[in-house]
Structures are given as structure tokens and as C-alpha cells.
Write a protein that binds this ligand. Structure first.
Ligand code: ADP
Ligand code: MG
Ligand code: MG
Length: 252
């Protein structure tokens, strides 16, 4: 079973400390949601784990299985089975969506064990059907002229094709209408298995109506300040974040 362990993580950007001792552990078979007000460091967590060069790891550890993520290059993290939606560039001129996904799949396989074209086409057809993505998107240039919703669906297509051991999905629901949201949720739900763990970062509870998390964590001021089950997300939807601030005694 995959395991992601983040321990006492401190991360800064431009000398400013954003993550201040963050702990989280995600196992295969589990979906965790991280929620929190804007600017609390949710995306910083995703960027730090992906190895974004602007973010300085000041202290702490992050392991995927027995691999120390902070000792690995970005592509090595992907090879170890970590998927970050944001690791994919927004646009690459001259590379079709289909070529891009196929080379990303092959990059995480051993040499000589490349995915066959037939198998690749069959899988793409099946998954594009499920995500209601038009076949023409195979031959479009990656993300060029994609609408916001098309980009999100395409990220989930990449996720489904790559079948990572652990995925970190930051704001996959932003800007989606309800139909697109359901499709995206269907894709993520289809991946649920003991061999797959998922960390969903979201500002809104809405997505969690369609992807029921096993654990919900609230992040404030660079730390996880409260954890619970799916009912916690419901309570946040109804009452906002102020009651948690009072409970733990922090000010804005
Ligand atoms: P969230 O995703 O929870 O809304 P972020 O992780 O995006 O929060 O941001 C946390 C804090 O880090 C914010 O105060 C934000 O302004 C700051 N920050 C994020 N990225 C940068 C950056 N590239 N340069 C400077 N400050 C940044
Ligand atoms: Mg933000
Ligand atoms: Mg964010």
C-alpha cells in the first residue's frame, strides 16, 4: 500500500514562513481533503511536495513509501508514483495532448516496457468516454485554447491514464459548473483502491458532495489545526471557519 508522510514541514517563500509545522499522512485506499481559508498555505503544500523551486524547505520531512521526496528531482517523484496536477505545464506548443500523455506514461515505466500503441489508444478511448471529453482533444495541442473546465477534465484524464500511487489535487473544482464537477468526481472515484491514495485540496465543500473523503483536515496559518471525517466539511459549509478560530484561539 502506498504511504505519504509529511512531518513537521516548514516551508518559506521569499524569506516568509508559510508552512509552520505541517503534519499529514495519507495511505492507500484513503482520500483526504485539506480545506482552509484563502492564503493559509494549501497550494504551498502542493508546490513544496512537487518540488517547485521557489519554495524553500526549511525543516521537516516528506516520504512517499521509503523515498525521501526532498532528495528527489521532480521527474523522480513522478516515477516514484506521485501525481501533481500542477506538474504539467499549462501549454506546450507543438505537442499534442495524446503524445504528451503517452510520453508521461512511458517516462514512469522501465525502458523496453513502453505502453503499446494499441493498448494506449484503447485506454484513452475508454477514459475519454467516461470523462465526456471529445475525441478531437487527443490531437489538440496540450492545453492550447482549452477552456478552464476542459483543462480540469484533461488533468483528470492524465491522472487516470498515469495511475499514480499517490495524487495531490489542488483546486480541481475551481471554475467548474456542476456537470463538469460531477464528471471530474466520477473520474477520481473510479481510481479508489488500496493501491491509490489521494489528497484533495479545496477551498469549497462543494466537490466533497461528490467525492466523499475519508478524512477532512482544516488548515490555518500554515498548519493542520483540526481533523475529522466528512461531517467536518459539512460543518464548515454551514458555519464557516470562525468557530475553529475561536476553538483554537487564533486571530486573523
Ligand atoms: P492557499 O492555497 O491556501 O490559498 P497559498 O499557499 O497559495 O495559499 O499562499 C500562502 C501564502 O503564501 C499567501 O500569503 C501568499 O501570498 C504567499 N505566496 C504564495 N505564493 C507566493 C509567491 N510565489 N511569492 C510570494 N508569496 C507567495
Ligand atoms: Mg489561494
Ligand atoms: Mg491555493
Amino acid at each position: 500500500k502506498p504511504n505519504l508522510s509529511v512531518k513537521d514541514l516548514h516551508v518559506s517563500i521569499e524569506e516568509k514562513e508559510i508552512l509552520k509545522g505541517l503534519n499529514i499522512e495519507v495511505n492507500g485506499g484513503e482520500i483526504h481533503a485539506v480545506m482552509g481559508p484563502n492564503g493559509t498555505g494549501k497550494s504551498t503544500l502542493a508546490s513544496a511536495l512537487m518540488g517547485h523551486p521557489s519554495f524553500e524547505i526549511e525543516k521537516g520531512e516528506a516520504y512517499l513509501d521509503n523515498n525521501n521526496l526532498f532528495d528527489m528531482e521532480v521527474d523522480e517523484r513522478a516515477q516514484a508514483g506521485l501525481f501533481l496536477a500542477m506538474q504539467y505545464p499549462s501549454e506546450i506548443s507543438g505537442v499534442t495532448n495524446s503524445d504528451f500523455i503517452r510520453s508521461a506514461m512511458n517516462a514512469q515505466r522501465e525502458e523496453g516496457d513502453e505502453v503499446s500503441l494499441m493498448k494506449f489508444i484503447r485506454q484513452m478511448d475508454e477514459k475519454m468516454d467516461m470523462l465526456e471529453i471529445d475525441q478531437s482533444f487527443q490531437h489538440r495541442y496540450l492545453n492550447e485554447g482549452f477552456s478552464g473546465g476542459e483543462k480540469k477534465r484533461n488533468e483528470i484524464l492524465q491522472l487516470m491514464m498515469l495511475q499514480p500511487r499517490m495524487a495531490i489535487l489542488d483546486e480541481i473544482d475551481s471554475g467548474l459548473d456542476i456537470d463538469a464537477l460531477k464528471v471530474v468526481a466520477k473520474g477520481v472515484n473510479s481510481l479508489r483502491s488500496e493501491d491509490f491514495g489521494c489528497l484533495i485540496i479545496t477551498h469549497y465543500q462543494r466537490l466533497l458532495n461528490y467525492i466523499t473523503p475519508d478524512y477532512v483536515h482544516v488548515m490555518m496559518q500554515g498548519r493542520i489545526v483540526k481533523s475529522g471525517g466528512p461531517e467536518l466539511a459539512q460543518k464548515l459549509e454551514e458555519h464557516g471557519y470562525d468557530w475553529i478560530k475561536e476553538e483554537i484561539g487564533i486571530e486573523d
